[in-house]
Design a protein around this ligand. Structure first.
Ligand SMILES: C[S@@+](CC[C@H](N)C(=O)[O-])C[C@H]1O[C@@H](n2cnc3c(N)ncnc32)[C@H](O)[C@@H]1O
Length: 286
């Protein structure tokens, strides 16, 4: 096929049949619900993948994506194409205020004895959320010396996890971080032509990154979490999948542990063992 014919073919629409196949596949593999109104977006975003792979039709792309081995590579690319990895340091700052003013003092109680607070950033994207948590927790544990903390950060996308693990961000991304935290936890590149910063090793060491697809039968860890941040993730799933997933989160949440969801997400009408304690903040019923 000539280059021009290839280019034109790549801009053709997805057939109804291929759109249904893609929708079903993405729903089964990662719980993401694509409505018919997203067809054009899916087409535009996946056309880039077709070009990158040198494929001439959506039908051949489906065949490529549905191979069993694609679970380790192309599935991630397809998920990246249909979801957004949008995140920020100190995103929805009221959550971090609530954590330090209410949740942590409640979890710590009278503070007698040593205690490790366990936190899970579920759907951590490029790391801004777990590193924000690590900064806040460092501040808290400095004032409560008998306390320690551990953070698990997971995402389905290996691409975002690689970036998260590096912990390198440009000047614009670090803007929301309060100055004292910037001073304490970020190192500026020695190369003055580059305006990039790296999270200090002592903070990076506090976050354990792992790939995890929420649709997997087993999350692959046993420990109970005191706090789960799962923000701006369940929005991609239908109500039924959300409810199932939230119940699985609760199985990993300690009694009276806290769950934080995104500002546009609601658990209203769901059968889950959680009580709302503040907008978008829930606590597990003991
Ligand atoms: C919009 S980001 C949210 C990042 C962060 N929690 C925040 O609020 O700033 C959503 C993340 O969910 C991840 N995600 C989507 N489907 C997933 C799945 N089935 N399992 C695990 N992570 C998933 C995406 O890869 C993406 O990085």
């Amino acid at each position: 096929m000539s280059e021009e014919a290839h280019r034109l073919d790549c801009t053709t629409v997805i057939s109804t049949k291929d759109f249904s196949r893609l929708k079903e596949f993405l729903y089964k593999e990662c719980g993401i619900k694509i409505t018919d109104s997203k067809k054009t977006m899916l087409e535009t975003r996946l056309q880039r993948r077709l070009r990158a792979l040198g494929l001439s039709s959506f039908s051949s792309y489906c065949d490529y994506l549905f191979r069993p081995e694609a679970k380790e590579d192309e599935l991630i690319q397809a998920i990246d194409a249909v979801t957004t990895n949008k995140t920020d340091f100190f995103r929805e700052p009221a959550h971090f205020d609530y954590l330090t003013r209410h949740a942590l003092p409640d979890l710590v109680g009278d503070g007698c004895g040593r205690r490790t607070i366990t936190i899970w950033s579920a759907g951590c994207s490029t790391g801004e959320e777990p590193y924000t948590l690590a900064m806040v927790m460092k501040g808290f544990t400095e004032m409560h010396r008998s306390m320690a903390f551990e953070i698990l950060a997971t995402d389905i996308s290996t691409r975002v996890l690689e970036k998260a693990q590096l912990g390198i961000y440009d000047e614009e991304r670090i803007q929301p971080i309060p100055d004292p935290f910037k001073k304490a936890f970020l190192l500026k590149s020695r190369d003055i032509s580059k305006k990039v910063y790296r999270v200090v090793p002592e903070l990076r060491d506090k976050v354990r990154f792992r790939r995890l697809n929420f649709m997997d039968g087993d999350f692959g860890f046993r420990e109970e979490m005191d706090v789960i941040f799962c923000r701006n993730v369940i929005i991609y799933f239908d109500k039924q999948t959300q409810e199932r997933l939230l119940n699985r989160f609760c199985a990993h949440l300690s009694d009276e542990g806290y769950l934080f969801v995104g500002h546009s997400e609601t658990l209203l009408g769901m059968d889950v063992p959680l009580v709302q304690v503040a907008p978008t903040i829930y606590r597990k019923r003991a």
